[in-house]
Design a protein around this ligand. Structure first.
Ligand SMILES: *Cc1c(COP(=O)(O)O)cnc(C)c1O
Length: 395
């Protein structure tokens, strides 16, 4: 689908574009929505909270009636911890699927919670596959839950959540999804992918500012989760129960952030919802990746695994290339890029999300071209070791 043309304006204060996966570049209207103060207990703010929850649920498609949305204060990781601590009972056991920093963070969270878990660690980026999940579940009947990362933002890979979900439910277990960096741009419709709960946050694909996350969970799971949580402030059941009864958050809500997020949700709807937003990001990625490949850069991932969220490139082998200098010169040209997270070879990342369109992405490529010339880098081609690394990934 083609994105309806919503106007993308350059940042009004002339600040650099954030080519990062949140915080990201937001619209002026989103920033402007924060100019007013709101009383947290007042009816107006309660109505805003309710509007936000309803709008988020509408992104789930058919079957959304069985789910509810519970916002939680804090950054995205707080919401992940809230989901794990609330839905995996103290005597449960999780299989955590990891292929990057966020999968490992979920595993570490389980360790902090002192709850039983095993980790399928695929390294820097190789995707966890349905068959592997099926095998592990067949071998270990104590596992009650599978935890999957939708887009693993550390490499930018779009993990195969559909096949992971099928394997999980074929074995009679339950799926929890960290869709932090994907929700709002990549469909996660409950009629197509089965899961019990997922999390995302205000400052990713909906294009709000940082300050809270939200858990979207099956109502039956919410009802059954009373008393599971290790933490007062992260108890999703308690937050939900209180919100249902009073319309209020239990503790001080980030009022301005919620106001900005509502404006961001209106912008999301005007752009054509998940399909429209996903189409713009996909076009951003395609234009940027094609331009960078023309300069000689290579992506870590083969096309099939590239998400429209963020793309990892190998650093050039040329001895004149140095990431910190590249970063600084790109920033001078108005673009903040992101260091890579691969352990084996040097890399950097370029995000495709936020208030940016294909025209901005062309400017990014031009800036990269000028920067290479300024650094005296003749070729952006990666070292042979990088390409050997990539060969491990199936098409
Ligand atoms: C952004 C993100 C998180 C949360 O990170 P915070 O820094 O706590 O907001 C979690 N998982 C994924 C996949 C993410 O992209």
């Amino acid at each position: 689908m083609k994105a309806p043309s919503t106007k993308i304006e350059p940042p009004r204060l002339g600040e650099p574009y954030l080519l990062t996966p949140g915080p990201l570049t937001t619209s002026f209207a989103v920033k402007e929505a924060m100019l007013r103060d709101w009383g947290s207990w007042d009816d107006d703010f309660r109505a805003m909270t309710q509007d936000m929850r309803t709008r988020l649920l509408s992104l789930l498609g058919d079957g959304a009636d069985d789910f509810d949305c519970v916002p939680m204060q804090g950054s995205g990781s707080f919401a992940v911890e809230a989901m794990l601590g609330t839905f995996i009972p103290k005597d449960g056991k999780a299989l955590v699927l990891a292929n990057g920093a966020y999968g490992l963070r979920s595993a570490k969270t389980m360790e902090y919670l002192g709850r039983e878990h095993v980790v399928l660690d695929k390294g820097d980026y190789l995707p966890p596959r349905g068959q592997e999940v099926a095998q592990i579940l067949a071998d270990d009947s104590a596992i009650t839950h599978v935890v999957a990362i939708h887009c693993e933002t550390s490499s930018g890979i779009l993990n195969p959540v559909e096949e992971i979900s099928e394997a999980t439910y074929a074995a009679g277990r339950k799926l929890l999804v960290d869709s932090m960096s994907a929700f709002g741009a990549i469909p996660l419709e409950v009629s197509k992918v089965r899961y019990e709960a997922m999390v995302s946050s205000a400052n990713k694909c909906i294009e709000g500012v940082p300050g809270f996350g939200f858990v979207i969970a099956r109502k039956s799971e919410l009802e059954a989760s009373k008393g599971n949580c290790h933490s007062l402030s992260l108890d999703v059941h308690a937050q939900w129960d209180n919100m249902e009864k009073t319309g209020q958050w239990r503790f001080t809500p980030p009022t301005h952030v919620v106001a900005a997020f509502l404006e961001a949700l209106r912008g999301h709807e005007a752009e054509g919802g998940v399909a429209g937003r996903g189409a713009r990001y996909t076009n951003n990625r395609d234009v940027m990746v094609a331009g960078m490949r023309d300069l000689g850069f290579e992506t870590l991932l083969k096309d099939r695994w590239l998400s429209p969220i963020i793309v990892t490139f190998f650093c050039p082998a040329d001895p004149n290339f140095e990431f910190s200098r590249f970063y600084g010169l790109m920033k001078d040209r108005g673009f903040i890029i992101y260091p890579g997270k691969l352990t084996v070879v040097d890399s950097f990342r370029v995000g495709c999300i936020g208030q940016m369109d294909a025209e901005v992405m062309r400017q990014v490529v031009t800036a990269a071209k000028e920067t290479l010339a300024e650094m005296g880098v003749a070729s952006a081609a990666p070292p042979a070791a990088a390409l050997e690394e990539r060969a491990k990934l199936a098409a």
